[in-house]
Design a binder for this molecule. Sequence first.
Ligand code: KG4
Ligand code: ZN
Length: 337
Amino acid sequence: MARDSSARLLLAIETSCDETAVAVLRGEELLASEVASQIALHAEYGGVVPEVASRNHLRMLQPAIEGALAKARISLDAVEAFAATCGPGLATSLMIGTSAAKALAIGFRRPYLAINHIEGHLLSPFFGTAQGIRPAIGLVVSGGHTLLVEIERFGRYHLFGQTQDDAAGEAFDKVGKLLGLPYPGGPNVDRLAREGDAARYDFPRSMLDSDDFHFSFSGLKTSVRYLLPKLETVSLPDVCASFQEAVVDVLVAKTLRAAKAKGCRVIALSGGVSCNSRLREKMRVACDAKGLELLIASPAWCTDNAAMIGYVAAQKLAHGESSLLTSDIDPNLRLVA
Ligand code: KG4
Ligand code: ZN
């Protein structure tokens, strides 16, 4: 990508959950990205413990900032804007990242940008593409969200489908827990499913045929719970593959139906669950069959990172936007008000 000399240097911070992440960008060009994962710290509790997360953000943020700046070969005083995720997420974790970005913005008299984490995921498939953000159907599948969004252009989104109960990633994690797999369940279910028979158990495809674009995954999780005591021997790979196939079938079918209904030829798949190998494969095959273009970020940019936050911040800066230093975090922030 050609270097734009007018593009501003910015530092972005992401601390909404259990990853302490910092990125340095020059406009849309990524110069460095650091992600310090806390997964090992939370694994012993079987899930993210909010106080443990925020205390570790406090400990890990400064080294992550220094690491990103060193990799980008940028000094702190050269940074022209500071961005941080302001929601949705864990309140005390969000406060660490936003407080740091605000303090830097005040200290260096630079703009502060408060960024919506979901918008970061939603736009991540466009990051580094020649055409940039363009009309598409976005499917955001993460630990907290399952959303179908019509992307018109930057800042203009129409949410028309979402989960009525558990998010897709939450279902993966809960089923992983039921099966005694380490936290987080998603990547472990994916790994085991590769050796399993996806047709072994016929799990429900909830809301597959409903005439809306919503999802439901809690019934599927309950089916797994009821099945397990009935099995004489549990083949983990078969249960994982059959469960995963049910989730993937619904996600793919509804996304393609959405593209048809909205007359859209581009699909943008994002969020931690878009790392899932079967989802990537089935979505690719389905899009190819219909002549649709599929944009998926590489797996490292699907889970939480600060590059996606910086990418949104770069769009805002280019549109002349910034945030007030008095702006608050919002743990329940929505993509569309
Ligand atoms: O986007 P993300 O990193 O954080 C949130 O914003 O929630 O997504 C995390 C979620 C977790 O539920 C995790 O289990 C799931 O993404 N995940 C996966 C895979 N990798 C991560 N789910 C299924 N298959 C995977 N390979
Ligand atoms: Zn996320």
